[in-house]
Design a protein around this ligand. Structure first.
Ligand code: UDX
Length: 439
């Protein structure tokens, strides 16, 4: 919404939320999320044509176009628990829009939703016959965290799904007109609503599948003395495959991939497509396997016992350049290590606050230290879990000197200079490459 307001001064954009603290933060000096470039944009246009408010009714009444971006977490109760999308917030919002609206509205689905949600929304909106007309569009968001501003400024594509009735097409054109303020026409594509809803799930499933594919091969490389970096270079140079999004890791995290694939699997099972569901479920199974494998590599390398050992986790965010820890592999790894009775020191430049919340109540000794030198001092091992650029620039000689010997490094992102670390004295365990050890 900030980007729309920034690029389109002729529109007034009001962001409403039920949470007064969040809205107060959006109206303050300290925005509630860390996203490179967002501060500058919000601060430049807040009060000009971008407003944050808790007055949801007024926001609905005054607007012609309403973007619904409420959360759709995985359901944790009843039918479909652990897989289906929890649509309760979505439905409440639809009812509120229906009850408050007294003029024609275009409703834009921004949240990622199961296919055919627009149909449900239409039924709710038109269920009290007050004569108000609604047009529903699907406009999924493809931005990634950490690069959100760039992704919004120069999107690969903007997708708008609509019905093909006259008013549906008119609504679609209104939304096209907004994006056309900064997105080239050939990057704004249209489709029917269901294709649009499904495209978002499919895009995320494909991206996650790439990561699980590479991660599955790290396991094979470790058994066969092949090197995953060399394999990826050779495979990625095939222009049909492409070289992006092929970085081996401890596993993917974030609020989208797992949730969207689980939704997709649920949807397929609902339609009786069990082979399709099993296929995509495999992407998640490999991801869980990869996180577990990281912990087991640590355990094996460190003489099959971690009890009482001090392990420093480099990075808690689910990826670099964000403070977001939702579904972060670090969370799983930290919990598993605590189960092994290791003592943990967590370090991260942006995610320590969230880490403390996530690990609250975990049994064992856990400390949180922002400075990586201080954090790793006195530790037996370092596990690199998030690919923060900062970690590749550290003085590892200094780090090594302050650690307990033998000192271990497990590079779960392959971002460090392994040969150099080995020469310093570390026992180095990269992903998908032979380990370099002095033992
Ligand atoms: C994702 C999609 O990229 C985006 O299009 C969609 O709108 C939302 O979901 P996001 O979750 O913000 O975005 O981050 P993304 O960059 O896709 O990374 C997801 C996870 O995969 C992270 O944990 C990341 O570290 C990991 N990853 C990514 C890898 O392990 N290897 C890679 O090569 C790329």
């Amino acid at each position: 919404m900030a980007m729309i307001a920034y690029e389109c001064p002729q529109y007034k954009v009001t962001v409403v939320d039920i949470n007064p603290e969040r809205i107060a933060q959006w109206n303050s000096k300290n925005l509630p999320v860390y996203e490179p470039g967002l501060d500058e944009i919000v601060k430049a246009i807040r009060g000009r044509n971008l407003f944050f408010s808790t007055d949801i009714e007024k926001g609905i009444k005054e607007s012609q176009i309403i973007f619904v971006s409420v959360n759709t977490p995985v359901k944790d109760f009843g039918a479909g628990a652990g897989m289906a999308a929890d649509l309760q917030y979505w439905e409440k919002t639809a009812r509120q829009i229906r009850d408050v609206s007294d003029s024609h509205k275009i409703i834009v689905e921004k949240s990622t939703l199961p296919v055919k949600t627009a149909q449900t929304m239409k039924r709710i909106l038109t269920s009290n016959n007050n004569g108000v007309q609604f047009d529903i569009l699907s406009n999924p968001e493809f931005l990634a965290e950490g690069t959100a501003i760039k992704d919004l400024e120069e999107p690969d594509r903007v997708l708008i799904g609509s019905s093909d009735t006259l008013s549906g097409l008119r609504a679609r054109d209104e939304l096209i007109a907004i994006y056309a303020n900064w997105v080239p026409q050939d990057r704004i594509i249209t489709s029917n609503i269901w294709s649009s809803e499904l495209s978002k799930l499919v895009a995320n499933a494909f991206l996650a599948q790439r990561i699980s594919s590479i991660n599955s091969f790290t396991a094979l490389c470790e058994k066969s003395d092949a090197d995953i970096t060399e394999v990826v270079r050779a495979v990625g140079m095939d222009s049909r495959v492409g070289d992006k999004f092929l970085n081996a890791s401890v596993g993917f995290g974030g609020s989208c991939f797992k949730k969207d694939i689980l939704n997709l699997v649920y949807l397929c099972r609902h339609y009786g497509l069990s082979q399709v569901a099993d296929y995509w479920e495999g992407v998640i199974r490999i991801n869980e396997y990869q996180k577990q494998r990281f912990v087991l590599t640590m355990l094996n390398a460190m003489f099959n016992t971690l009890a009482g050992k001090r392990i420093c986790i480099f990075g808690f965010a689910f990826k670099a350049n964000t403070g977001d820890t939702r579904e972060s592999p670090a969370m799983f790894i930290a919990k598993r290590l605590a189960e092994e009775k290791a003592e943990l020191v967590i370090t991260d430049p942006k995610a320590l606050q969230n880490a403390m919340i996530d690990l609250d109540g975990i049994e064992g000794k856990i400390s949180y230290i922002e400075d990586p030198y201080e954090a790793s001092a006195g530790c037996d091992a370092i596990g690199v879990v998030t690919e923060w650029g900062l970690y590749a620039t550290l003085d590892f000689r200094r780090i090594y000197q302050a650690m307990v010997k033998p000192a271990f490094i497990f590079d779960g992102r392959n971002i460090l200079d392994h040969k150099k670390l080995f020469e310093i004295g570390f026992n180095v365990f990269p992903l998908g490459k032979p380990p370099l050890t002095h033992l």
